[in-house]
Design a protein around this ligand. Sequence first.
Ligand code: NAD
Ligand code: MG
Length: 358
Amino acid sequence: MHTLTVALGERSYPIYIGPGLLDSGLLKQHVRASQVLVVTNETVAPLYLQRVVDSLSGLRVDTLVLPDGEQHKTLDTLERIFDTLMAKRHSRTTTLIALGGGVVGDMVGFAAACYQRGVEFLQVPTTLLAQVDSSVGGKTAVNHPRGKNMIGAFHQPRAVLIDTDVLSTLPERELSAGLAEVIKYGLIRDREFFRWLQSNITALMARDPRALSKAILESCRNKADVVAEDETEQGNRALLNLGHTFGHAIETATGYRLWLHGEAVGAGMMMAAQMSEMLGWMPAEQLAPIRALLEQARLPLTPPGSMTAADFRSLMALDKKVLDGQLRLVLLQGIGAAVVTDQFDVQVLERLLEQSCQ
Ligand code: NAD
Ligand code: MG
């Protein structure tokens, strides 16, 4: 087992990574009082809920199984969590446990931030994306009909327990989507990790447990470092958005249904890399290895064929944001070095969009 710390002063917390951790007793060590509510969804519950409940024996354990899907990441579903907490008389010393992917984690974290003005919560992420990204860093939210993650709070968990064994049941597309965020860390700040990923991508795709553990460890280490430097995204935390501005345009254009977030980020990172090369900021010979790695992770390299440059322009509010000097993009100066900037030649962005949407 590996242990990392997210260093945030009195809000610091451990991340445990390893096989067989679900029922190792580690979770129980981080429960403050005697009462817990384990929240999961209908897909994850039959797979892992009982083991988690068994590992908490001796405590007063309540469970809540929510419907599965991003469309349920809403205030209405949040209400169900509060209803259960109230009905089962949970006090301010209760601990919420999020067992699931990023959807469950974001909702339970936000419920914990709100219930009685804030109670403790633990993250038990079960998708690769949640293990390397959403469970670490304290961003919690639900969606509003008019915008994703629009209602939320910063609320750090007390611990993150990553059982690498649970990835064995993950659908293939979800594995690839998680790998997009893994590759992102290499691209933005860790060239050595990028090289390691190049050598180990086949093992990762085959779900080799040692390779997955190492990829999760290095990803969490990178995310923890970025979060420790800039908890509330006043500065460098924005580097974590590499590929996300283009990706969000793709997700919006496809109605958040056809593409997974990580898939949109994959194509978005390729676009950001190409633009960085066109600006003369990134050496041309670095494009091919980025493309090859994303391809081996079975991620899309270009936006959907149905999208036009005009779609990107309007979805990124380009006309307005560029004129106001507010469109900030994460671009590369090379593999392992990224910048957040609005100081780029808009003509190059235009050319990128035209060439990406042929
Ligand atoms: P998800 O939570 O919808 O999980 C994907 C699918 O996998 C679901 O159907 C889920 O039930 C299923 N699943 C989960 N674990 C499984 C397992 N072990 N075996 C089989 N199936 C399993 O999606 P996600 O990609 O984990 O998370 C996406 C969400 O995370 C989005 O809402 C996004 O906004 C959020 N997010 C938050 C942050 C943050 O910093 N808070 C960062 C990135 C993403
Ligand atoms: Mg992301």
